[in-house]
Design a binder for this molecule. Structure first.
Ligand SMILES: Cc1cc2nc3c(=O)[nH]c(=O)nc-3n(C[C@H](O)[C@H](O)[C@H](O)COP(=O)(O)OP(=O)(O)OC[C@H]3O[C@@H](n4cnc5c(N)ncnc54)[C@H](O)[C@@H]3O)c2cc1C
Length: 393
């Protein structure tokens, strides 16, 4: 059993940490106060190759795996959660689905742009009335000569109005339920697509979220991704990787809060001593550190197994569930160590606390992760064996 990261990943971790701390962290508070999509820093991330880590080299990516992705996402999230969300979306489902289901032309047309970060990607599944129950979506794809016409509205789309490419899930056969849902690639600026105003939300303000509406939006047959009716199945089977990404992001936010709390406990004086001397401070620090370590281990293990070809539905959900709940625990406990200053906008603790909250909601709520884990436990029971199996078994 080997717990150390390989040397090349450690080197990458050092590089991304130095970049994120020197270029992203300094702008995080300002972007939170005055929200806008952070193009200058996103372009720098693109130059570093952070948007195409898992995409094959032949399509402009680095051809690395989930482990590299998790390690770097933690670093970016420790500097700013919004940047990590945008990175997670662009390098996640849009590219995974293009690699898995795209034709040669589609891969050549879109992957190099996304992998290089010159284009940002978005994933449009949720609707106002359909989040956890995503298969209840109502956006329609009506067959017309040469392609389809999209009609309907997507909700809570990260990067709405800013991203250049949108993977849109729409039903071309409502009677077939989930099996009637297909995936389409829509480019920014296509006729019939419009965006709502940015949502006013609790945290992650720079990762702008909007509704995306389609009214008679024509997409050619060459914009359908994979076979008709396969979109939902493809999207669900790609969620494992995306959930590991949110787990890594959660670990990053929690780490930033913990590091700040540890340093503050050392310097803050009360009753003539540093507050670190009080068990009321050192015990929460011990709990934070322990949970943080456990969350990171679950995350890296899920990524490591996935890179070795295992099906990690349960492990990815466990990592996402535990890491996101750990981020909530750690950011709350760290804020407490700061006392009143934790509550102040002059310090980053309240931002970490707000930014962490959504990790328990998107890419499947904590409740949905428990549903997934429970279902997998019963599958294992029926199979008569525990633990992950190879994806092709
Ligand atoms: C900031 C942000 C960014 C987002 N970005 C995107 C994006 O880019 N693309 C996209 O497609 N979506 C995005 N989403 C949407 C997100 O994926 C959904 O919000 C999420 O899936 C939950 O759906 P919902 O909000 O409709 O909650 P609901 O599904 O309405 O759930 C309401 C409550 O019921 C619980 N619940 C529902 N079903 C069950 C069940 N079977 N068992 C137990 N409890 C259950 C939920 O856990 C929750 O507590 C984003 C959301 C946010 C907040």
């Amino acid at each position: 059993m080997e717990f150390a990261l390989p040397e090349e990943l450690l080197a990458m971790q050092r590089t991304v940490r130095a970049f994120a701390q020197s270029e992203i962290a300094p702008v995080a508070a300002e972007l939170d106060r005055d929200p806008r999509f952070p193009w200058p820093t996103l372009r720098r991330m693109g130059e570093l190759g952070l948007f195409g880590l898992t995409t094959p080299e032949e399509h402009g990516g680095a051809g690395l795996g989930s482990l590299a992705s998790a390690v770097t996402l933690e670093e970016v999230a420790a500097a700013d959660a919004s940047h990590a969300t945008i990175m997670s979306v662009t390098s996640g489902l849009p590219q995974t689905l293009l690699v898995q289901a795209g034709s040669r032309e589609q891969r050549e047309r879109w992957l190099p742009r996304l992998a290089s970060g010159s284009w940002i990607g978005a994933f449009c599944l949720s609707e106002a009335h359909a989040g956890s129950d995503a298969a209840a979506l109502r956006t329609r794809a009506r067959k017309v000569p040469g392609g389809f016409e999209l009609d309907g509205s997507k909700a809570w789309i990260t990067g709405g109005g800013e991203a250049h490419l949108y993977i849109v899930l729409a039903s071309s056969d409502p009677a077939a339920g989930a099996r009637g849902i297909s995936a389409f690639v829509v480019e920014l600026g296509q006729e019939g697509m419009s965006f709502g105003a940015p949502e006013a939300k609790l945290g992650q303000h720079a990762a702008v979220t909007t509704s995306v509406t389609f009214e008679g939006c024509f997409v050619g047959d060459d914009q359908r991704l994979g076979a008709e009716g396969q979109g939902f199945v493809m999207a669900m089977s790609s969620l494992d990787g995306a959930r590991i990404g949110i787990a890594a992001q959660s670990v990053g936010i929690a780490r930033a809060a913990f590091d700040a709390a540890l340093a503050y406990a050392d310097e803050r004086q009360a009753f003539g001593v540093s507050v670190r001397e009080f068990q009321g401070v050192s015990f929460p620090l011990a709990d934070m550190a322990t949970r943080l370590e456990a969350a990171r281990l679950l995350t890296l293990r899920a990524a490591w197994l996935r890179d070795r070809g295992y099906r990690v539905t349960k492990e990815a959900s466990m990592a996402k569930l535990y890491a996101s709940e750990t981020a909530a625990f750690v950011t709350d406990a760290a804020l407490q160590v700061f006392g009143a200053y934790g509550y102040s906008r002059d310090y980053p603790l309240e931002r970490y606390y707000r930014d962490a909250r959504v990790t328990r909601i998107y890419e499947g709520t904590s409740e949905i992760q428990r549903v997934v884990i429970g279902r997998q436990l019963y599958r294992e029971l029926e199979r008569g064996s525990r633990g992950p199996v190879l994806a092709d078994e």
